[in-house]
Design a protein around this ligand. Structure first.
Ligand code: LLP
Length: 382
């Protein structure tokens, strides 16, 4: 990606810069590859709920996968149709369930029997029937960072397979919930497609079990999780959506009239975002040089929280290369974006780009140290 340095250098740092052309190209690629099989994609709003990003995704015809009442409201305010809104989450509060009921959203992804009973009770009070999908924990290893793996029995998410019999018994006794589908999500930043193959095998087994009990869910939702190339954002600005959707087409045993749904977040918005910051000081440590930048873990928490790698570039220097620890101004040792990063010789005032920050970047920003939240700028408006 060629960053418009002259324009960016006029803007006070730190800020997020979004490449809208890349976002739109990514959306077209997902539409094309999922569309040919008739698959529906709900964008995982948690990855980035920036207004302009949501607007582009809505305009491209995607649904919205939400995990809080405020996300449901945001998706509706952004113009997503209520029939394209699904609501997941292990701990939905009553007001959040009521909000979903009042807006007749497409589906509640239910994670436990007590939750199912409460949705039934709240729907009954409104004289409504809520559509639900059971989030089943498939016990499939996503082979990703342990903080973002969700589909193992030891994780808090979903209904374990040994509890399924029970769940369907309870469902049969409730009048104000109706089975729409079954739902899975095994984790995030999954780059080894083998994990998705394992998921398909498990879903097929579960389908057989359901059919043996005369249960025919209309929707199979396999969640999100497709990873992006954080190492080579320019070489691979878009994930290989073709292979991803083809895998499900080849391996998942869909019944006639059954719909396959996805909840992609990172793979849609990850590469279009860049965090731009400025070097405040360069200081010599014992073994290393520190490039102290004006963005911190309050703007982008992924490196501090998950030891996540983001490519770091000095976009205003072409001098000989040296190694730097690129750190932020926050009073925490974990406020470090990268250690021993090779950069052209870096000086005060240089612009530093932290790449692939469109997903779980701006949305996870916080005001630690009472810092301001980062602003956002867009390639088509600067
Ligand atoms: N569906 C469900 C039920 C989820 O929990 C998630 C993400 C998604 C879909 C979207 O997954 P994606 O396609 O974006 O991988 N903050 C972490 C990632 C947390 C992901 C949580 N769930 C990070 O910065 O890596």
């Amino acid at each position: 990606m060629i960053l418009p340095i002259d324009n960016l250098s006029q803007i006070p740092t730190p800020f997020y810069y979004y490449n809208m052309e890349l976002l739109n190209a990514t959306l077209q690629s997902v539409k094309q590859e999922a569309g040919q099989y008739g698959y529906k994609v709900h964008y995982a709003v948690k990855a980035n709920a920036n207004d302009r990003i949501l607007e582009a995704i809505r305009a491209a015809g995607f649904g919205a996968d939400c995990v809080s009442g405020n996300e449901v409201q945001k998706a509706l305010d952004a113009g997503f149709s209520n029939k394209g809104v699904v609501f997941a989450g292990v701990g939905k509060a009553d007001w959040e369930i009521n909000l979903g009921l009042d807006n007749d959203i497409a589906c509640f992804n239910v994670e436990s029997i007590p939750e199912l009973e409460i949705i039934n009770e709240l729907a009954e009070a409104k004289g409504k029937v809520a559509k639900v999908a059971f989030r089943i924990n498939p016990n499939v290893n996503a082979n990703t960072h342990h903080y973002i793996t969700t589909g193992l029995e030891e994780n808090k998410f979903g209904i374990n397979q040994w509890d399924l019999e029970n769940v369907f018994d309870v469902l049969a006794k409730l009048n104000n919930v109706e089975l729409e589908g079954i739902h899975f999500h095994i984790g995030s930043q999954i780059t080894d497609l083998q994990s998705f193959k394992d998921l398909c095998i498990r879903v097929n087994e579960i389908q057989k079990w359901l059919i043996s009990r005369h249960i025919y869910p209309k929707v199979i939702n396999v969640g999100g999780g497709l990873g992006i190339d954080y190492e080579h954002p320019d070489e691979n600005p878009m994930p290989d959506f073709k292979s991803f959707f083809k895998l499900f087409h080849e391996l998942l045993d869909l019944k006639p009239d059954q719909e396959l749904h996805f909840e992609l977040g990172r793979s849609i918005v990850g590469q279009c975002g860049t965090l731009i910051s400025r070097v405040l000081y360069v200081k010599n440590g014992v073994n290393t040089k520190f490039a102290i930048v004006d963005a911190g873990m309050s703007d982008l928490i992924r490196p501090a929280l998950y030891q996540a790698y983001h490519r770091i570039e000095n976009i205003s220097s072409t001098k000989a290369e040296e190694k730097y620890d690129v750190v932020g101004p926050i009073c925490e040792s974990s406020d470090c974006f990268g250690k021993a990063v090779t950069l052209p010789q870096t000086d005060r005032g240089d612009l530093i780009a932290i790449r692939s920050t469109g997903a779980y970047g701006e949305i996870m920003a916080n005001r630690y140290n009472l810092r301001e939240l980062p602003l956002a700028y867009y390639s088509d408006l600067i």
